[in-house]
Design a binder for this molecule. Structure first.
Ligand code: HPA
Length: 271
């Protein structure tokens, strides 16, 4: 596995003149706008990158974008791999490991999620302070390669406290409402039943979604500090549960995207 990841990283380094990104960015559903803020220097479609997961869907599976955001070198994944698409959790985290070998020193992740905290509103930005892994597995199951990290990785600070503090400071300066909470990661692709939303709340969650947790587990295994932000696109709160479609999620995410883009851009500028 290491050799495969290494050869992919080497390929990318050759294609990008050894571009060295400091921040890795994974963009979620309806949250691709940050990409437009990047002064792209190299763009690699996933299908041109050796060993990258192959898209299960027709057409474009996504791109890796190398360039400058707020004057800093970044690599962004436009389009991510979800477990519900049929990828293994190891495939889902493959790009994160490649980004580590490319030299990233921190990871930003965004996602859309359903809020189960009754004080949340649709459109809220939630800073993830922690997560609960309810995927039916863990990307680190299997032989451990010490070159990535230890067999039993510490998860006492899954989301970097310095970056959380910075995000809150910037949000306050921009007079932007942000909430904080625990993200519960589940496989999907079904949205939750009312009883499942209640379960997510009861186990200590504030929001629930179908991504992010595998990538953050792999990143923490490799000691990469992580920052994740969730856009609350619907509510799994008793009395407020309505039918939800992917289109609703996309629409709600797009509305909040500007705020998230502004905040993340400013964070990169100050890190
Ligand atoms: N549940 C799971 N994933 C989601 C949701 C939800 O309510 N909204 C957006 N992604």
């Amino acid at each position: 596995m290491y050799d495969l990841i290494k050869s992919t990283a080497t390929f990318i380094q050759e294609k990008t003149n050894n571009f060295s990104p400091l921040t890795g960015i994974i963009l979620g559903t309806g949250l691709g706008g940050l990409v437009n803020e990047i002064e792209a220097e190299f763009v690699l479609p996933y299908e041109t990158i050796p060993n990258f997961p192959v898209s299960t869907v027709e057409g474009h599976s996504g791109k890796l974008i190398f360039g400058k955001l707020s004057g800093k070198n970044v690599v962004a994944m436009q389009g991510r791999f979800h477990f519900y698409e049929g990828y293994s959790l190891q495939q889902v985290v493959f790009p994160v490991r490649v980004m580590k070998l490319l030299g990233i020193e921190r990871l930003f992740v965004s996602n859309a999620s359903g809020g189960v905290n009754p004080s949340f509103e649709i459109g809220d930005l939630m800073i993830q302070t922690d997560h609960i892994n309810l995927f039916p597995g863990n990307p680190l199951i299997g032989p451990n390669d010490k070159r990535f990290g230890p067999r039993f990785p510490d998860m006492s600070e899954p989301y970097d406290l310095t970056m959380i503090t910075l995000a809150k400071k910037i949000a306050a300066e921009l007079k932007m409402r942000v909430v904080e909470g625990v993200y519960v990661g589940m496989s999907g692709p079904t949205f939750e039943t009312p009883a499942e939303y209640k379960y997510v709340r009861n186990v200590g969650g504030d929001a629930v979604g179908m991504s992010t947790v595998p990538e953050v587990i792999a990143a923490r295994h490799m000691a990469i500090p992580c920052f994740a932000m969730s856009v609350i696109t619907d509510l799994g709160v008793p009395g407020k549960i309505v039918e939800v479609t992917h289109a609703d999620v996309q629409k709600a995410a797009e509305i909040s995207e500007k705020k998230m883009t502004q905040l993340m851009k400013e964070m990169v500028a100050r890190l």
